[in-house]
Design a protein around this ligand. Structure first.
Ligand SMILES: Cc1cc2nc3c(=O)[nH]c(=O)nc-3n(C[C@H](O)[C@H](O)[C@H](O)COP(=O)(O)OP(=O)(O)OC[C@H]3O[C@@H](n4cnc5c(N)ncnc54)[C@H](O)[C@@H]3O)c2cc1C
Length: 323
């Protein structure tokens, strides 16, 4: 049974966007608009409370209208992709979340000069789909991203990468919507760094221009398969997670090594666990809450600081409200 306190909180959440505003979103957006949509359904670690307004835009215009309405009604706004780098707190998100997904899964060759190919990729394209396309086309340059389960938009927003390369290394330019206006920025202006890119927080990345080189299709495929096998042997891919939780302080003292040496491998809080296979991963054993995950993140951070002096910085984005 819900306590009266919990009931109040729940109704506050529901009331945070009036019915009139909800109807306006519904009538002006062509794609799907959902209210009080559980974010656990949209994050790979499968935790998180409801978002007030969840939008599946049908096209660029839907994204524009969503930004305009959020601005007009002073609602917080953010864009997500696959939710593979997110911890949404159990209280959920007040405001609007736009999901750049299926409607933005396009890839075209923009230009070819000798062996150099410039391609335009929709931000909703899954990295896996894009890599499989590059192997079919015998194009090399981004194989290092094999196993990153998010969208191309999400990868660019946080410069996803591995020791074999980051997406920023291959980006020519990125196009996004900001305050309902289209903006294109060349890579030099985006200041790509370790899991960082200079893209405004409220932007909706729509497409990414990437530079690749002609290669041998079998070699590209072989590299992807090799990296996939490596991941399968080292990472708990069968369990819900968000990949690496913390950034590596440096190449020798990786976050995984520091957490393992702090004796935290396998430690559980509720139904969340620091993976016994890889200490920089937190897995959902089934029924974990965002709070379980956040408590583990804090425990890892505090223990590593106390034992080694290193201050671990989360790679994952922790968003939303406590319940
Ligand atoms: C099994 C597993 C393995 C992983 N391995 C790696 C790895 O090797 N390297 C690595 O870097 N990461 C890794 N990750 C983390 C994650 O997959 C990447 O960070 C990925 O690029 C996030 O993409 P996403 O679409 O899921 O973004 P989300 O998680 O949805 O969002 C992440 C951030 O990007 C922003 N964002 C997303 N889409 C857009 C958009 N269209 N416009 C504007 N902003 C946007 C969000 O606001 C948020 O701040 C892994 C995760 C898992 C679950």
């Amino acid at each position: 049974m819900m306590t009266s306190n919990a009931c109040e909180k729940w109704s506050e959440a529901i009331m945070s966007v009036s019915e009139t505003i909800q109807n306006e979103f519904k009538s002006k957006i062509q794609g799907e608009v959902l209210f009080q949509e559980s974010m656990a359904r949209h994050s790979t670690i499968q935790v998180g409370g409801p978002v007030d307004i969840w939008i599946e835009p049908k096209d660029e215009n839907d994204c524009k209208v969503a930004q305009e309405l959020a601005q007009l009604h002073d609602l917080s706004f953010m864009t997500v992709g696959r939710g593979s780098n997110l911890v949404v707190r159990d209280g959920g998100i007040r405001g609007v979340v736009v999901h750049v997904g299926d409607a933005f899964q396009t890839v075209t060759i923009h230009e070819q000069k000798n062996d150099t190919y410039i391609i335009d990729v929709g931000a909703g394209m899954m990295m896996k789909q894009l890599l499989s396309w590059t192997a079919d086309q015998a194009l090399t340059g981004i194989e290092g991203l094999e196993g990153v389960p998010g969208t191309v938009g999400g990868a660019v927003a946080m410069n996803a990468g591995t020791p074999h390369g980051a997406i920023g290394d291959a980006v020519v330019s990125v196009t996004w919507l900001e305050k309902a206006k289209l903006v294109t920025r060349q890579a030099e202006k985006l200041e790509f760094a370790y899991r960082k890119a200079k893209i405004p927080r409220a932007a909706t990345v729509l497409s990414v221009r990437i530079k690749l080189e002609k290669s041998d299709g079998a070699a590209v495929l072989g590299k992807l398969q090799e990296l996939r096998r490596y991941r399968q042997s080292k990472q708990p891919l069968q369990q819900p997670s968000m990949g690496s939780v913390f950034k590596n302080p440096d190449k020798t003292n990786t976050a995984g090594k520091l957490i393992e040496e702090a004796g935290l491998k396998g430690v559980r809080v509720g139904k969340a666990q620091i993976s016994p296979q890889h200490a920089n991963w937190i897995v959902n054993l089934g029924g974990a809450t965002a709070n379980d995950v956040e408590v583990l993140i804090r425990l890892a951070k505090d223990t590593v600081k106390e034992k080694t002096g290193y201050i671990l910085e989360p790679e994952v984005k922790i968003i939303g409200e406590h319940s």
